[in-house]
Design a protein around this ligand. Structure first.
Ligand SMILES: CC(C)(COP(=O)(O)OP(=O)(O)OC[C@H]1O[C@@H](n2cnc3c(N)ncnc32)[C@H](O)[C@@H]1OP(=O)(O)O)[C@@H](O)C(=O)NCCC(=O)NCCS
Length: 180
């Protein structure tokens, strides 16, 4: 096990009107709600997007654990598709007092940098407020993509807490070559 020092930023937004929208107008670009997420599909997306960015917390979860988390926590999932290919996803986690956490969010590596991230986040925040959220929040760690934090701020989210922490990474971690 290796320990990496990380910085975690927590961000929040309180109203749909505070979103700075960004959109990519491209035919065949869609964002669709996954009506009943298959745990294997959710795990595939989590692993495929997060592998490069040290998303290890649920990497080794069994499908049973995914199922329990998704259905036990009332998680909802959206996918972004371009020309019929899955290119990104996000998951919303409704919590007490009408808080909604953007639990996971990201694009597959080959689609980063084309404006899709801002478009997807605009959609995620809008969907969360459509679910009657009074506050949407998330956290991002310094091992995430360098533009993750910028994207959240650019869309109107505000940092409310910054923490220094340590991320334990198992030696056998399939993502371990991502860390420099
Ligand atoms: C974070 C992520 C979604 C951003 O995707 P993207 O395709 O780069 O998004 P965009 O091109 O729409 O850019 C979004 C914002 O990033 C910043 N950004 C993008 N390219 C930039 C560049 N070359 N220089 C500086 N800032 C840049 C800008 O703030 C931009 O918003 P703006 O255009 O309104 O200024 C993407 O990098 C990703 O999926 N990363 C892997 C998974 C991850 O880290 N997820 C976050 C977990 S918390």
């Amino acid at each position: 096990m290796r320990n990496f020092p990380i910085t975690v930023h927590y961000l929040e937004i309180f109203a749909k009107e505070d979103i700075n929208p960004k959109s990519v107008v491209q035919s065949d670009l869609k964002i669709l709600n996954v009506k009943k997420p298959d745990p294997a599909f959710a795990r595939w997306f989590y692993r495929s997007v997060g592998k490069k960015w040290y998303w290890v917390d649920r990497y080794y979860w069994s499908l049973g654990e995914w199922e329990e988390w998704i259905y036990g926590s009332n998680i909802s999932m959206w996918t972004m598709e371009l020309l019929g290919n899955f290119i990104g996803f996000y998951m919303l986690h409704p919590q007490s007092e009408a808080n909604i956490e953007v639990a996971y969010f990201g694009l597959l590596p080959g689609y980063i940098g084309g404006g899709f991230g801002g478009h997807l986040l605009t959609n995620a925040l809008n969907e969360a407020f459509s679910m009657d959220a009074t506050r949407v929040w998330l956290h991002t760690c310094s091992l995430d993509h360098p533009y993750a934090l910028r994207n959240y701020k650019a869309r109107g989210m505000k940092v409310y807490k910054v923490e220094r922490d340590v991320q334990p990474i198992p030696d056998c971690c399939p993502t371990s070559d991502a860390v420099v």
